[in-house]
Each structure stands twice: as C-alpha cells, then as structure tokens.
Design a protein around this ligand. Structure first.
Ligand code: NAD
Length: 434
C-alpha cells in the first residue's frame, strides 16, 4: 500500500452536485480509480484530482421549432482533466444524457487519451434530446445554439469536440461553422470527425475498427494464435463492427458469427462481411444470408470462436454469459461492454481481454491526426494515416502488455495504471494548475 505524504488532501471523492445515493456511471469510474490507486506509488498524492472534473458547463439551449413554438434543451460540456493537453471527447445527443453520464464519459476520455499517449486531456458533451423526433432544420439550430453556448470553453487549443452517439460529420460541420463565425475566422481545428471537404481526415471512418483489429492481432501474436484462419464473432455490425470484421477478414481471419439489432447469423465456413453488408443494405436484416444459420440472440455467446468483438452496446458481457464464451481473446470495440463481475470471471478463465480504453482508441487517434493536419493545413494520404495509426495502437498494446505482466494484472487495470500515472505525472510536474 502507498503511504500518502502527510500534506495529502482529505479524500472526499463525491462532489456535492451529484446525488450521493445515486451516483450513476460516475460511480463506476470512481471505483476504477480506487482500484488503481494502490499502484500509483507517490503519485497517489494527486489521485483525488482524478475524481474531480476540472470544469463543468451546463447550458440552456432554446430553439424555434418548425411549428413556431420555442423549446428548451439541457446541454453539457465537461472538461474532466487538462493536465496533458486540451480536453478532447465527443458530443452525444440522447434523451437520457445526465450530468453523471457525461462526467464518466469525460473521465474515460482522459484515461483513453493517456493510455494511448495522445497529448490530450479528457472532455465530453451532451444534449438531452431524442434526435429522432426533430427535423434536420431543428437539429441544425440546436447544434448551432449549443456550440455558441459552449463557445466559452471550447477552441482548437482548449477543448476539441467530436461525434459520439447520434452526432455525425454534418453535426461537426455545423459546430465548426458556428464557432468559426463567432470568432471571426475559419477554425477547422475546433472539432474533429468533420467531412473530408472541410478539413476532415482520410481514414477516420474505419479508424476505430482498424484499431480493434491491430490490438486484437497483437493479442493473438502474444498468445501464439495464428491470425490465418482465426475464427471471429462480432456483435454489432455498424461503424466499428463492420470495419473490424472486414479488416480481420482482409488479413486472413474468418468471420463465423455476426449479431446486430436485426438478428444473429453463424457459419463455421465463414461469413463474408462485404456480402453480409450488401445483404443488410438490401433486406434490412443480416438474417437469411445465403449459407448461414440463424441463431437466437443468446446463442451468440456459445459460438465456437477464437476472437469475440463486442461492438454494439454497453453491459453485454455479464456473469450470465461470461462463463459460456469460447473465445480466447475479447476485443472491446464498444465502450463498457463488459461488467466488472464478468471481467472477474473472464480473468479467472484465462480469457485475454483488450479493454475499450485501448481497443477502440483508433477513432480518437485519427481525430488527433485530423487536428494536427488542420493546424498545418497539410493533409496526409490514407496510407500514411493507417501506418501511423497501426504503429501507435501496436505500441500502446505492447506497453500495456508489459505493465500487465509486471504487476500480474489484467490489461484493463494496466491501462488505468499507465493512464493515471501519465496524467498525475503531468499534474505533479505542472504544480497545482491547471
Ligand atoms: P453504430 O450505430 O454504427 O452500430 C451499432 C451496431 O450495434 C449496429 O449494427 C446495431 O444493429 C447493433 N446493435 C444495436 N443494438 C443491438 C443489440 N441489442 N444487440 C446486438 N446488436 C445491437 O455504432 P458504432 O459507431 O459502431 O459504435 C458501436 C460502439 O462502439 C458504441 O459503444 C460506441 O460508443 C463505440 N465506439 C465507437 C467509436 C466510433 O468511432 N464509431 C469509437 C469508440 C467507441
């Protein structure tokens, strides 16, 4: 156990603006920090800093609706930590967004950016709205007004938003344009995930799936499992799952099962993700794909496979299915797909789990490239971007692997050790600011 210096601040942990009896997702994050603190040595002196978002902005967003009435929406921008650089993290439009959720997501961005060694702190934004109920014009007005309201705290060298759930390159184009008009010049570097025509980066669309592949392949290499013919099961066939499946197949692996919201398909001989995508586009479902068997939802977890990629939702791998999973490697494309109790079961069973803060960091890594390219207005080829992404992801995997071996801990705990150490070293070197 670490002995804290006597001048250590008392450990309060829970800020007054959260309900102490119902901390929401922030509670999971606090537990993760507590778990890693014993590994931080003298840096534990600064650990309380991780439990406090640096800055929280809550805004009211009034807009004219198409029917002539005025509606108000609640919006957030949180900068969890800026010790290593400007805050960076997405903006989520969802009716269930809460302060606690945005706090946790901003903190996980601090961890992710530090784990991969990107020169960023962590941030996140959100607006409580169900975008399905609003027109494109209403969403544009909402996005522009939200951008103006959080314009106080964002900026290319302060805090750089990006897309998250229910936001996309068009949303980023509106944000970039609004911020630019407010500051009186075009500032492409204020957001990432923009359309390529407006300073976006090549390679961004596949970047998260590519990072899932690179880290998964590194794990296979460590375990001595050949990539050629490796059987892969993918849950979620969207941006992340489809790209990961394609790239695994392009590199010799075999996709044996795909599950999405429309159903679950299996083929021991392999499912071609390109053809499954075409089938999904034309029929609206992955089921009835030629040569595949349809499984029920729960049977997905029993599929014989070597690699499992959860790339859909959070809390999918639970104590109910963790002992049935046959894969030797799990690569978390989604954020938070594995519950802590399931994590423990998988560890005991010797399953290697590449955690979300590493496995899905390919997206923010190419966002970093986009930001760098915007600063110099000099754009790289897709080959250059992929080569740099592959190197960063592989190096990050290998350094976390070494830490996990040294401490005898999981890759998830190793990621938190490395990330928290980097953040707190920066904190200690800078002093009490920022
Ligand atoms: P997406 O909307 O493109 O795809 C989601 C997929 O999940 C779809 O195929 C959908 O059918 C499937 N799905 C939804 N509900 C399901 C259910 N109940 N059972 C099985 N499948 C279901 O989203 P995405 O961008 O691919 O993101 C997936 C996950 O990856 C999310 O957790 C997201 O936060 C995370 N992530 C995405 C990125 C990125 O760059 N897109 C980066 C980091 C993390």
């Amino acid at each position: 156990m670490t002995t804290l210096p006597p001048e250590s601040a008392p450990l309060h942990g829970v800020p007054s603006y959260l309900d102490k009896n119902n901390l929401g997702p922030w509670e999971i994050y606090l537990e993760q920090v507590d778990r890693v603190t014993p590994y931080l040595g003298k840096l534990a002196y600064w650990a309380e800093t991780l439990k406090r978002p640096k800055r929280i902005l809550i805004v009211d967003i009034p807009i004219h609706l198409d029917d002539g009435t005025v509606a108000h929406f609640e919006g957030y921008r949180i900068q969890h930590n800026t010790s290593r650089g400007p805050a960076k993290g997405g903006v989520r439009f969802h009716q269930d967004v809460t302060l606690s959720e945005v706090m946790a997501l901003s903190a996980w961005m601090t961890i992710k950016n530090a784990a991969v060694n990107l020169p960023y702190g962590g941030g996140k934004g959100g607006v409580r709205i169900d975008p399905r109920n609003y027109s494109q014009g209403e969403l544009e007005r909402l996005t522009r007004r939200y951008t103006t309201e959080i314009g106080l705290v964002i900026g290319p060298d302060k805090d750089i938003p990006a897309p998250d759930v229910n936001t996309n390159p068009q949303t980023m184009a509106w944000m970039m344009d609004t911020y630019s008009m407010n500051v009186g010049r075009t500032a492409t570097g204020v957001v990432t995930g923009k359309p390529v025509q407006l300073g976006g980066s090549l390679g961004r669309a596949d970047a998260t799936g590519r990072g899932v592949f690179v880290t998964g392949a590194q794990a296979l290499l460590k375990l001595g499992i050949p990539l050629q013919g490796t059987r892969v099961a993918v849950q979620g066939f969207g941006n992340v799952g489809y790209a990961a499946a394609r790239i695994f197949q392009d590199n010799g692996a075999k996709i044996v099962a795909i599950q999405d919201v429309s159903g679950t398909i299996f083929s021991a001989a392999g499912l071609d993700p390109y053809a499954v995508q075409a089938h999904l586009q034309s029929t609206g479902s992955v089921t009835d794909f030629a040569g595949s068997d349809t499984l029920n939802k729960a049977e997905f977890w029993d599929v014989p496979c070597d690699v499992l990629i959860p790339a859909a939702l959070e809390k999918q791998i639970t104590p109910d299915n963790a002992s049935r999973i046959q894969a030797r490697v799990i690569v978390e494309g989604a954020n938070g797909p594995t519950t802590p109790a399931a994590d423990d079961i998988l560890r005991e069973r010797g399953v290697t789990l590449v955690p979300d803060v590493l496995a899905n960091a390919g997206g923010v890594t190419v966002s970093y490239f986009e930001w760098v390219q915007d600063f110099s207005s000099f754009f790289w080829t897709e080959m250059e971007i992929n080569a740099r992404l592959d190197r960063i992801m592989a190096e990050a995997f290998n350094s976390l692997w070494d830490v996990a071996e040294r401490h005898g801990v999981t890759l998830r705990t190793a990621a938190y050790i490395v990330a928290c150490t980097r953040v707190l070293e920066a904190r200690a070197l800078r002093g009490l600011y920022p």
